[in-house]
Design a protein around this ligand. Structure first.
Ligand SMILES: Nc1ncnc2c1ncn2[C@@H]1O[C@H](COP(=O)(O)OP(=O)(O)OP(=O)(O)O)[C@@H](O)[C@H]1O
Ligand SMILES: [Mg+2]
Length: 452
């Protein structure tokens, strides 16, 4: 892991001397440096360019370092972050670490310290990238790939998965976006006798015909412009393993014909090649369209449909299996918990809202929502105010209909929120409305973690 590209560093500091120092000195130890004076500009640059490490000053006017870090994490930036702090700021540095910063340096620091931490951070990132690439190829082996499902529908599906794992038959997995088709495909592969062999995923909608053909079946040297050397396709590489054709409905008619032929004969020919090659590759296909309907409309070959649809797994949308929501919520809070952070949970009212919501993006949307709550909600117990507005449609309070009894504490909490809303957050009049004194109110506001 020694020789590779320079470490790309983004320096974010409102102090000009620090920026100049870094821009001048770090390139001598093999870094490429871009320096900006504010969090806002950092986010802007990061949306356009990838960096290995961000050196982030915590104390800046405008967006502070911690807020910058938070936003950068929710916008999917994967760079390692090293925060820079003055001495009195160590508490904030710790907060930054909880938000996933890699390390911190206290000002004034030595240049050698900066170089050392940059190297370590870049190495960690490199390792992570290698792992991700590896996982993409061999499939996930870690325990992250459990499929949760308590609903009747999911239990039935999981039984099917178990039953068909042993065979080599093609499997067609259908379901709306985010329902867990990818997860089920991986799990099914791992549970099969091919589990130790490659599991390769290709998204059929992401390639034009010629590229898709060469990705799937490989090509010989000089087969087309840019084919500088021969390359094996996924079907060959996944010999004895599984190829997962994601979004299979997006395949062009020409590609559908080619795929059908390979499935029929068990042999393929690389693009530009003459030799037939035998492959033993199991096929999974997934689609979020109704493939029957695609066949009826003449957009998908019926013969290919029958070939792929030997085993058919239909994953129901999350709104049709609401019993799965509570265990999934718990699972994602655990999964996304930050190091050193107490695991968060939701108030009964929030759970009710989560179960009422229709989840058009299914489990993925739920996972993203919980991840945001882990990062952004201030308290350990999530309250309705923390939810994005589409999930808590108008009023955050439970509707008056529905006669399920509420826990007394919940009634008290709701009353307090109502009163505070009525008085626009002013405590003294709210306390009067509630017929308690301000001290008691303050105490309860803290206890219920109410944010005014
Ligand atoms: N039953 C489940 N238990 C645990 N995690 C799940 C479950 N279903 C889905 N997930 C998680 O939700 C996310 C979305 O799932 P996945 O990517 O498999 O959906 P998909 O149906 O393939 O979506 P798309 O159609 O957009 O490709 C993943 O992070 C997955 O691990
Ligand atoms: Mg998928």
């Amino acid at each position: 892991m020694s020789e590779r590209h320079p470490i790309e560093v983004l320096v974010v500091d409102d102090e000009r001397p620090t920026r100049i120092l870094m821009e001048r000195e770090l390139p001598q130890s093999g870094c490429k440096v871009v320096a900006v004076p504010s969090g806002e500009e950092a986010l802007e640059v990061l949306s356009r360019q990838e960096f290995d490490v961000v050196l982030l000053d915590l104390k800046m006017p405008g967006l502070g370092g911690v807020e910058t870090l938070r936003r950068l994490r929710t916008s999917g930036v994967t760079a390692e972050v090293v925060v820079l702090t003055g001495h009195p700021d160590v508490d904030t540095a710790i907060e930054a670490m909880k938000l996933g910063a890699y390390d911190y340096l206290t000002k004034p620091f030595k240049l050698s310290e900066v170089e050392a931490v940059l190297r370590r951070a870049a190495e960690k990132r490199q390792l992570q990238e290698e792992n991700t690439a590896l996982r993409r190829i061999v499939g996930r082996r870690d325990t992250g790939s459990v499929i949760l499902g308590e609903s009747q529908a999911m239990r039935f599906l999981l039984e099917m998965v178990e039953r068909v794992a042993g065979s080599s038959a093609p499997v067609l997995i259908s379901g709306e976006t985010g329902t867990g088709k990818g997860l089920i495909a991986r799990t099914l592969h791992q549970a099969s006798p091919r589990g130790d062999q490659p599991f390769l995923v290709i998204n059929c909608s992401a390639f034009q015909d010629q590229l898709l053909e060469s990705e799937l079946f490989g090509h010989e040297k000089g087969a087309f412009t840019g084919a500088a050397s021969a390359k094996a396709g996924l079907f060959e590489v996944a010999h004895r393993g599984t190829v997962f054709l994601d979004e299979v409905a997006e395949m062009s008619p020409a590609m559908q014909a080619k795929l059908l032929q390979v499935l029929d004969t068990g042999e393929l020919r690389r693009v530009g090649g003459t030799k037939e090659r035998r492959v033993d590759t199991r096929i999974f296909a997934a689609t979020n369209k109704d493939l029957h309907e695609e066949v009826r409309a003449g957009r998908f070959r019926e013969d290919l449909f029958f070939r792929l649809n030997v085993v058919s797994l239909a994953v129901p949308p999350l709104r049709d299996r609401k019993e799965d929501i509570p265990p999934l919520v718990e699972h994602f809070f655990r999964q996304f918990r930050l190091p050193g952070q107490q695991k968060k949970s939701v108030s009964p009212e929030v759970m009710r809202l989560l179960m009422q919501y229709a989840w058009p993006g299914n489990v993925r949307e739920l996972a993203n929502t919980i991840e945001r709550l882990v990062l952004l909600a201030p308290g350990t117990i999530i309250v309705p105010e923390d939810l994005p507005s589409n999930i808590r449609p108008t009023l955050d309070l439970p509707s008056e209909e529905g006669d399920a009894p509420l826990p007394l504490a919940e009634v008290e909490r709701i009353s307090i929120i109502r009163a505070l809303r009525y008085t626009e957050g002013k405590k003294a009049p709210a306390a009067r409305l509630l017929r308690i004194d301000v001290k008691t109110l303050t105490h309860k506001i803290e206890r219920y973690n109410i944010h005014i």
